[in-house]
Design a protein around this ligand. Structure first.
Ligand code: ADP
Length: 575
C-alpha cells in the first residue's frame, strides 16, 4: 500500500456493490466528511460499481486520502465501451453520480477501464489514522446496508420537508419585502419629481449667471484692449527718463540718489514686463491670433533667444544650454510668436531652478519640429499641472513668491502654440524638474486649400448657435423658404465655427452672439481676418436689442425675439 492508500477492496459481482457502498461511507466518515457528503460518496460509488459490475468482471477499488481530496479509483477489465458513460444519463450512465462528487473521470485503454471519483476535503486527513479507524470497523451485510440506505432516505425526506417549509416562509417574507420596496419606490419617485423641479430652477439661475460671467469676461477683454496704449506709454516714459538721467556724463546726484534712480528703473522694467504679459494675453483673447507665416531661420531665432535670456540666467549654479541646430531645419512659422513661446518656457525654467541645468533641445522629424525645455528645478505637483495654465494662477511657495511673475505666461503660451498649429505637453515631478514639449508643424496646415468655390451648387448655409431649440426654429424657417435647394450645416460648439465655415464656404452664416467658449464677436473677427472668408455675409441673430456691428457691410442683424419666416427670407435674399 502506498502512503495515501487507506483501503483496497476487490469486487467480483453485483452482490459486492453493497460492500462497496459501505466501504465508501466508512472511508468518507474516516476522512472527516459530514453525514450528507458521506451519503453522496456512498451513492456515487454504488452507482459506479453497479455500472462496472454489470458484466462479470473483477474490479479493484483503491481509496486514497490525499491532503486535499479523497480519490477513489475503480479499475477492471471490460469488453464494453465506457468512454461516454460519464455523460450518459439514466440507469446505465453515470451523469447522476458525477453530480454527487467534485470530479468523476473515466479512462479506457482497450479493455482496461479506470473510473476515478474525487471528493475535495477541507482539512487534510491523516492516512495512518484513517487506516487504523477502518481496521476497527466490523464487516457489513447487504441487510445492514439496506437498513442504512432506508435511514438515509428517511433523513433526506425530512430535509426536503424542512426546506419546503423554509421556502414557504421565505416566499411570504419576499412578498412583504416586495410591498415595502413598492412603497419606497413610490416615495422616491415623488421625491425625484420634486428634486427635478429644483434642478430646473437651478439650471435657469445658472444660465443667468453664466450670461453675466460672459458679459463680465467680454468687459474685461474690451477694457484691456482699450487701455493698451494708456498702460504702456507712461511706463515707457519712466524707463526713458531713467535712461536719460543715468546716461549723463557727470550726474548731479549723490550715490544714494543714483541708487534710488536705478531702483525706479528696475521697478519700471518689471512693471513693463507685467503690462506686456497682460496685454499679450488680452490680445490673444480678443481676437483669433493670426500668425504671419514666413520661413524661419531657427539658428538665428535660437541665437537671439540665447542673448535675450542672459538677464534671466543669473544663478551661478545653473547652466543654460540652448540648442544650435547646424544646419538648421527648414520651417515655416511665425518667428515672433514662436520666440514668445520659447522665451516664456525657458524663462520659467530658469526662474524655478536653483541649481542644475536648463536645456532647450530641438528635434526634427519629417513633418514636425519638437522643442523640449527641460529643467532640474522645483517641479510642479500633479494636482497643479492643469491649474498653472489658468490666467493669473501661481503655485504657492517660497521660491515662487521670491521670483515674482504674473501667472499669465503659460496661459499665453498655450494659446500661441494652438495658433501655430502645434501641441504642448508638460511633465513634472516635485524636486525632480519639469519638461515641456512643444511639437509644431514644419509648415502650416491650410484647410482652406481644398474648399469648393463659393459660386457653385446649392445655397450653403451655416447656423452657429449652442441652443438646439433655436437651431431647430431657424432650420424650420429656412426649410419653409421657396426657391432652389439648400444645404444647412449646424454648429453647436462655437469653437468649431471657424473651421466649419472655412470648409463649407457658405453663402450665408447665421450667428448667435452669446455662446460658451467663444463669442459671436470673436467668430466675426476671425472671419474678417481671413482673406478667404472676409466677405462672407453674416446674419447675427441676437436677443440684445442694442447690438450693432462695427462698420461691417456684410453683417445684418435679426432679433431672436421677433424671428419669423419673412425676416429670415429677407436676410437670405439680401445676403
Ligand atoms: P509666472 O511664471 O509669471 O508666475 P506662468 O503662467 O508662466 O506665470 O506660470 C504659472 C506658474 O506655474 C508659476 O507661477 C510657477 O508656479 C509654475 N511654473 C511654471 N513653469 C515652471 C517650471 N519650469 N518649474 C516649476 N514651476 C513652474
Amino acid at each position: 500500500m502506498t502512503d495515501d492508500v487507506v483501503l483496497r477492496v476487490h469486487l467480483r459481482g453485483e452482490a459486492d456493490v453493497f460492500a462497496l457502498r459501505h466501504s465508501g461511507r466508512s472511508v468518507a466518515a474516516a476522512v472527516g466528511l459530514d453525514a450528507s457528503d458521506q451519503t453522496r460518496v456512498a451513492t456515487a460509488l454504488s452507482e459506479v460499481g453497479r455500472v462496472l459490475l454489470a458484466e462479470p468482471a473483477a474490479v479493484t477499488t483503491l481509496f486514497r486520502a490525499t491532503p486535499r481530496a479523497l480519490n477513489i479509483e475503480l479499475s477492471g477489465v471490460t469488453h464494453r465501451t465506457l468512454a461516454d458513460v460519464r455523460e450518459r444519463p439514466g440507469p446505465d450512465g453515470l451523469a447522476g453520480a458525477a453530480r454527487l462528487v467534485d470530479d468523476l473521470r473515466v479512462v479506457q485503454d482497450a479493455t482496461l477501464v479506470t473510473i476515478t471519483l474525487v471528493k475535495t476535503l477541507r482539512t487534510p486527513p491523516n492516512p495512518a489514522k484513517v487506516r487504523a479507524e477502518l481496521a476497527a470497523l466490523r464487516p457489513t451485510t447487504p441487510a445492514d446496508e439496506l437498513w442504512r440506505q432506508n435511514q438515509d432516505l428517511l433523513t433526506a425526506l425530512d430535509e426536503a420537508e424542512r426546506s419546503r417549509d423554509a421556502q414557504i416562509r421565505m416566499n411570504e417574507e419576499l412578498e412583504e419585502t416586495n410591498r415595502g420596496v413598492l412603497a419606497l419606490y413610490n416615495e422616491l419617485t415623488e421625491e425625484l419629481e420634486h428634486t427635478n423641479q429644483g434642478v430646473v430652477a437651478l439650471y435657469a439661475e445658472l444660465e443667468d449667471r453664466s450670461q453675466l460671467l460672459r458679459e463680465a469676461n467680454d468687459a474685461k477683454t474690451r477694457f484691456l484692449r482699450h487701455v493698451n496704449h494708456e498702460l504702456r506709454a507712461p511706463v515707457n516714459s519712466i524707463l526713458g527718463l531713467v535712461r536719460v538721467m543715468t546716461s549723463v556724463a557727470d550726474p548731479p546726484f549723490s550715490a544714494e540718489q543714483e541708487h534710488q534712480i536705478e531702483l525706479v528703473g528696475r521697478s519700471a522694467a518689471d512693471l513693463l514686463r507685467m503690462v506686456n504679459d497682460l496685454l499679450d494675453l488680452a490680445k490673444a483673447e480678443a481676437t483669433r491670433i493670426q500668425p504671419s507665416w514666413e520661413p524661419v531661420d531657427l539658428r538665428v531665432l535660437l541665437g537671439q533667444l540665447r542673448a535675450a535670456l542672459a538677464p534671466a540666467h543669473s544663478r551661478p549654479d545653473v547652466t543654460l544650454a540652448v540648442a544650435d541646430p547646424d544646419p538648421p531645419p527648414s520651417m515655416v512659422s511665425d518667428p515672433l510668436l514662436l520666440t514668445q513661446v520659447l522665451r516664456n518656457l525657458t524663462t520659467n525654467a530658469l526662474k524655478y531652478t536653483v541649481r542644475g541645468d536648463v536645456r532647450l533641445d530641438v528635434r526634427t522629424d519629417a513633418d514636425t519640429i519638437t522643442f523640449v525645455v527641460t529643467d532640474t528645478g522645483i517641479g510642479i505637483a500633479a494636482d497643479q499641472q492643469e491649474r498653472i495654465f489658468e490666467e493669473f494662477y501661481q503655485v504657492p511657495g517660497a521660491l515662487q513668491a521670491q521670483v515674482g511673475g504674473t501667472g499669465l505666461g503659460l496661459a499665453l503660451v498655450r494659446r500661441l502654440v494652438t495658433a501655430l498649429g502645434g501641441e504642448l505637453d508638460l511633465r513634472s515631478a516635485p524636486d525632480d524638474g519639469t519638461t515641456v514639449t512643444v511639437v509644431l508643424p514644419r509648415e502650416p496646415q491650410r484647410p482652406t486649400d481644398e474648399v469648393p468655390p463659393a459660386s457653385e451648387g446649392p445655397t450653403r448655409i451655416v447656423v452657429v448657435d449652442d441652443d438646439p431649440t433655436f437651431r431647430r426654429v431657424l432650420r424650420s424657417a429656412l426649410d419653409a423658404l421657396d426657391g432652389d435647394d439648400r444645404e444647412i450645416a449646424e454648429v453647436a460648439d462655437a469653437r468649431e465655427a471657424l473651421p466649419v465655415i472655412a470648409r463649407v464656404r457658405p453663402h450665408v452664416v447665421f450667428l448667435d452672439l452669446r455662446m460658451p467658449g467663444v463669442s459671436g464677436e470673436e467668430i466675426l473677427a476671425g472671419l474678417r481676418a481671413d482673406p478667404a472668408l472676409a466677405t462672407t455675409p453674416v446674419v447675427v441673430v441676437t436677443s440684445e436689442p442694442s447690438w450693432a456691428p462695427s462698420d461691417d457691410p456684410y453683417v445684418t442683424v435679426l432679433s431672436k425675439t421677433s424671428l419669423d419666416v419673412d425676416a429670415v427670407a429677407e436676410a437670405v435674399r439680401r445676403s
